[in-house]
Design a protein around this ligand. Sequence first.
Ligand SMILES: Nc1ncnc2c1ncn2[C@@H]1O[C@H](COP(=O)(O)OP(=O)(O)O)[C@@H](O)[C@H]1O
Ligand SMILES: O=P(O)(O)OC[C@H](O)CO
Length: 500
Amino acid sequence: MSGHILAIDQGTTSSRAMVFDGAMKVSGVSQQEFKQHFPASGWVEHDADEIWDTVVATSRKALEAAGITAADVAAVGIANQRETVVVWDRETGRPLHRAIVWQDRRTSEFCQGLLQRDLEPTFAKKTGLLIDPYFSGTKLSWLLENVDGLRAKAEAGTVCFGTVDSWVIYNLTGGKVHATDATNASRTLLYNIDDNAWDEELCGILDVPMAMLPEVKNSADDFGETVPELFGGAIPIFGVAGDQQAATIGNACFQPGMLKSTYGTGCFAVLNTGSERVASKNRLLTTIGYRLDGQTTYALEGSIFIAGAAVQWLRDSLGIIAEAAASGPLAEQASPKEAVYLVPAFTGLGAPHWDADARGAMFGLTRNSGPAEFSRAALESVAFQTLDLLEAMKRDWQGASGDTVLRVDGGMVASDWTMQRLADILAAPVDRPSILETTAVGAAWLAGFRAGVWPDAEGFAKAWVRDRRFEPQMDEDERQVRIAGWRDAVSRTLTKHRHA
Ligand SMILES: Nc1ncnc2c1ncn2[C@@H]1O[C@H](COP(=O)(O)OP(=O)(O)O)[C@@H](O)[C@H]1O
Ligand SMILES: O=P(O)(O)OC[C@H](O)CO
């Protein structure tokens, strides 16, 4: 029984744990939501203790559901919401503030200041990222400025900074290990993705004492072992990756040119560019896909903030559907004559626009527009945004121009209507895997591979199973008309339009 893997997927709205058996099949699952704190407009926080409590509770329940004990588990793998910042006391392990979540926009003005100082090229060159409140660096600066005594303690080396993976590792190991992996480090604005090291100049600009930073390891590495009291025995932690990178691995996108897109609350498209670090000219991110044995695999990433969240808006704010699954069947009833578009810039627009101040808008409404058209517009917006990302990727890198098949995952891909519309708008096939929980699978692969109980990348890629391929069916003229309508809607939503 000893070849099991415990995968922890610590996400933005819930913590999940999955146990996989030696044959890579799921044998136990547990999930728990936790509270979202919105202390001010545009601010989003999590209670770091609650994150930790839900990680332990779901891990224990998943082990129980699988009917196994710690002795049966070969290794733990962790995937996590990225960029979110936690600071805690190195001695006591107590968090010194609530975690500031990736969605939090409080450092918008601070970022504007960095842009005015023309610092974006310096950050982009070294980190592959852009200046935006999304990333960890400016959130950490905010904490150092605003939490009483934090800077002095950070300079004295008595506090730790970490993304959520570091916080979970620190607690799993009883405070013995303060570490992260290269994928998570690459989202902070502090990490040089060429040198594979924290960058002194960038830390200087953001005024971050380097003594508070975690050690950066490979994605499959030795991250210590869990304290025996937690699960009834020590288990080595062998795999760590940011959740979008873990999903890329879970979808077996190991070859340059392979591409996955995850549709959860937001949408994140990640394109494997191999050992080539492609600098985007179209405001995509260059990031670390994974690092194995010191070898970095790079990726281009497009991040969209609203995908499934638009479906939640239909359900919770408009009340036109009772549950998310009703959105596809409702969209199917929309009149083909009604050209209604939703630009879901509820929290600004991400890639490739990066317009933090844009806000959502609907276009093309008539007296005949109703719930069905709203639902179609919400689901279609996800397809149009994906098209924008993929076109930017193709402009950035020749390797993306082949017959790319998009592999998808995340809660929203359960919707057949949305997946068909995605294939139609992309004019390219879309492959849905049999396991939609690819994030957990990716974390499990990193841990299982290092533990020697899962196959290597090649063997794992062969074991990847497709549930269904969606082939494009839309007439090309109709497609072009719809895309033109979307582009017009976006251009009217961007703030540069409003200010013109
Ligand atoms: N059948 C469906 N059709 C459309 N959207 C769906 C469907 N099922 C779930 N969703 C959307 O998917 C999202 C949940 O996906 P999930 O991967 O669990 O997200 P996250 O990890 O970001 O919490 C929700 O926003 C929900 O509205
Ligand atoms: O927790 P998720 O699945 O919404 O993913 C969040 C991303 O990691 C943010 O960059």
